[in-house]
Every structure is written in C-alpha cells, then in structure tokens.
Design a protein around this ligand. Structure first.
Ligand code: EPU
Length: 417
C-alpha cells in the first residue's frame, strides 16, 4: 500500500492535460460485450478501475489488452456469463456487464454489488427496467440471475435518473426487439458518450443527454472504434486545486461545456477563468469566497466534485452550506478535513463549513475515491507536511495524479507503507 506525502502551501504553476473519463471508459468497454469481434477504445485512462473491468472481461472469456491509453478487446469467445463476487466487490461498475450479456446471450449471472463506503447504492432500477423488457430475474445467493430469450422494447420510467442504470438499460435495449423509451433517464455527459459509442456500433438511439431516450433495437451491432471524452471530474478537481492554492493553472483537453455548474460555483468562489486557444487558464483567488451548494444529477453540481469543493470552502472567508442529495454517506472526508483544523459540522445530508484561514497538516486516511481527491486538494494548501494513507483509492480514478502535480511544481512523493 502506498501513501502520498505532500508539502503544502506552495504556489503551483504550469499546465495539466486532462485524461479520458473513467465513467465513460467503463460502460463503453462493457458495451464491447454486445458484439462479437474486435473493438478498440481510445483515450482510456490508465486506472485501477480500467484494470478491473479488463480482468472481468478476461474472466468472461474475452481478450483484453491495454496499451498507451488504448483498450483492444476481442469479444468473440465468451466462456462464461457469470461476473463473480470477487471482481464485482472491488468495483461496483462491474454491474455494467449485466445488460450487454443478457441482451447478447439471453442469460447473465452477476454478483450483487452490495453497499459501499458512500451509500447503499441498490440496483433495483437496473433490474426493474430489465424485467419490463421481459427478463426473468432472480436473486440467489448474492447473485442476480437474469434470463430472456430476446429482450423486448418497453417503456421504462426511472424513479431516480441513475447513471449506470440508464447505461445498462440503454445497452440492453440496443439489441432488444422493438422500441424502448427510457423516461427520467440520466443526462450525464458519460451517458451521451456511451450512446454515441453505441450509435457508431449501429445502435439506433435518440435523445441521449435529455430526460427521454428512445432506443430502437437492432438485430446485431458492429464492434466499437471510439475515443472517449475527457474526464470532467478530473478537470474540476484541478480547478479546485488552483482555487485553494491561489495558483494559475492551464487546463488542457477538457470540455468546458461539461463543467457549467462546477465552473459557475468556482467563479462565485472567486476563481477566474480565461479561455485560451489550447485550454482554459484558471486563476485562484488569494482567499476563496464562501459559496453554498447542493449536489444534483447533471446538469446540476456533480456529487463527484462535492468533497473537493468542500476542501476549498474549508478556507473560505465565511460559512458555506453544502448539501449532498445523491448519496447518503458521502461526507467521509469531513472527519479527515477536521483533523486538519477545518470547522465543519454535519447534520443529515447537510454540511456547514465555517471557513478558517489556514489548514494544518496531519496524517490522513483516504476512504473513497473522491474523498481522497479532497484530501489531496486540502493538503496542497495546508501548512506543513501531510501524509495521505491508502492511496489506492485515488488510483482508481485519477491517472498519474502525482506526476501531474509534480509538473505543476507541487512537492509530492509516493512512499511504500
Ligand atoms: N439508485 C437507486 N437504485 C438504483 C440505482 C441508483 O436507488 O437502481 C440511487 C443510488 O443509491 C444513488 C442515486 O440513485 O443514491 C444515484 O446513483 P447512480 O445510479 O446514478 O450512481 P451510479 O450509476 O452507481 C455513477 C458514477 C458515480 C457517480 C454517480 C452519480 C459510474 C461508474 N459511477 O454511479 O461515480 O457518483 O453516478 O453521478 O459512472 C465516482 O466516480 O467517484 C463515482 C462514485
């Protein structure tokens, strides 16, 4: 297990290139299971979660090879339709193979993901949608067993616009007989990216990015050859880093149109954005202003940026109220930020953050991916040397974070525990 040691309070300077989006890469790689053939996916970030989905595909019998940000996938020979507990428990997004396997082979057995550090995260909406499409679903010994000769198009209303739920159902519907209408679908850019990848495979999908998605099923899909979008959460994280350290950072290769809500909030906090030909220059303020926020499904403020934004607010000029509405337990960074001196109280889904002048270093424990990112953001601004243990959480979702920070002039080093 590695730990990260950060010497804080340094002004950063330079540029950072944004990697491909983890949460687009995972469903698009899973979509390769919808077809028999050789797929290539470009701009795939080098992350632990990508290794895990690669392992899962290999376990199923596909060939998965990853090199230089490209995934090469052969899905002709599939030897089992079972996604085992050991792989699913290390990455919940493994549930994304359920829709494709069921649609292509008429059967799938996928371990139930169970809860995780940030919440219970049930998959009832995935299952309800597949049942509406004619699947017979049983839960046995911790596994979902789904069967359907051929899925049929259906009208499905999602009570919550679940991201992976929408993705699973969109993939399943792509090969179903007839038309599927997904209402109250997730509108995240990663959902649009998956739809675009499916369209290049021959799927007939309309409305991705809106609340109603219509999918006319086809008999067969072609392999994927597709480049995924940049990671908006990584870009937003580097913006908060510029904000908390009062630095100027040029962020290259991000899609600003995917970052409307976070950029609006960061502007309110005093950050300045300059559009330049090769990216966006972010200028941090001498001290952030306090801003209230509420996480919402896209296009609202992303829950995946809440922890990083809270780190920024911990040194803001007044009090900010941060409401988490997507996950019931996504405040685990609070206890660690408090150990750095932050003045934060939590009641239910609401955190009250009373800005202090300066955070102080402390030994910290990363608990989940975005909580880890928030600790890195905080440590970069803190006085003294901060050690962040359990770094593997960060490696699940941030490609070469340490190298990128070093290039910006940060004093960081990775040490084996
Ligand atoms: N929900 C249900 N039933 C379902 C599905 C979801 O009640 O069947 C609830 C969840 O418990 C949660 C809410 O709906 O309270 C939203 O969950 P959603 O299904 O949208 O989340 P997800 O698809 O499991 C994806 C991302 C997460 C991101 C969320 C929200 C991937 C692989 N994961 O998860 O990313 O936080 O959407 O935007 O796309 C991360 O990258 O750190 C991360 C956790």
């Amino acid at each position: 297990m590695d730990k990260l040691i950060i010497q804080g309070s340094k002004k950063l300077k330079g540029e950072v290139e944004i990697s491909g989006a983890k949460n687009a890469a995972l469903p698009i790689i899973a979509a390769s299971l919808l077809t028999s053939g050789f797929s290539t996916v470009n701009m795939v970030p080098d992350l632990k979660d990508v290794t895990t989905i690669g392992k899962l595909l290999t376990y199923l019998g596909a060939e998965f090879h990853y090199e230089k940000r490209k995934a090469f996938i052969h899905t002709e020979k599939i030897r089992t339709l079972e996604a085992p507990y050991d792989l699913v428990r290390t990455m919940r997004a493994s549930i994304l193979v359920l829709g494709p396997l069921l649609a292509r082979f008429g059967k799938a057995k996928v371990s139930l993901p169970g809860g995780c550090a940030i919440g219970a995260r049930p998959i009832n909406l995935h299952l309800m949608g597949l049942e509406k499409m004619g699947a017979d679903i049983k839960l046995e010994s911790g596994y979902v067993i789904a069967k359907a000769k051929r899925l049929k198009g259906a009208s499905i209303y999602l009570d919550i616009p679940s991201v992976t739920g929408t993705e699973n159902l969109m993939m399943a519907a792509a090969l179903a007989k007839g038309k599927t209408i997904l209402e109250n679908a997730a509108r995240e850019p990663e959902v649009i990216d998956l739809a675009n990848a499916l369209i290049t495979m021959g799927a007939k999908i309309q409305g991705a990015g809106e609340s109603i998605i219509e999918i006319e099923g086809v008999d067969e899909l072609k392999p994927i050859h597709y480049s995924i979008i940049p990671d908006r959460i990584e870009a937003g994280t580097f913006m908060t880093i510029a904000g908390i350290t009062g630095s100027t950072i040029l962020i290259k290769g991000c899609r600003m149109d995917h970052l409307d809500a976070p950029m609006m909030k960061l502007k309110e906090a005093g950050l300045v954005f300059e559009h330049v030909s090769d990216g966006i220059r972010v200028l941090g303020p001498s001290r952030p202003k306090s801003v209230d926020l509420k996480t919402r499904p896209y296009p609202g403020f992303p829950t995946d940026m809440q922890a990083q934004f809270m780190a920024l607010m911990s040194i803001a000029d007044r009090t900010s109220i941060i409401k988490e509405t997507i996950f019931e337990n996504r405040f685990m960074h609070v206890a660690e930020l408090r150990r750095m001196g932050a003045d934060i109280t939590v009641e239910g889904g609401t955190a009250t953050v009373r800005g202090i002048e300066k955070l102080k270093s402390a030994p910290l424990m990363a608990t989940d991916l975005r909580a880890s990112a928030s600790l890195v953001v905080a440590a970069l601004a803190a006085k003294g040397e901060t050690t962040i243990h359990r770094l593997y959480h960060l490696k699940r979702g941030y490609e070469k974070m340490e190298e990128k920070l070093l290039r910006l002039g940060a004093e960081v080093r990775r040490v084996k525990e």
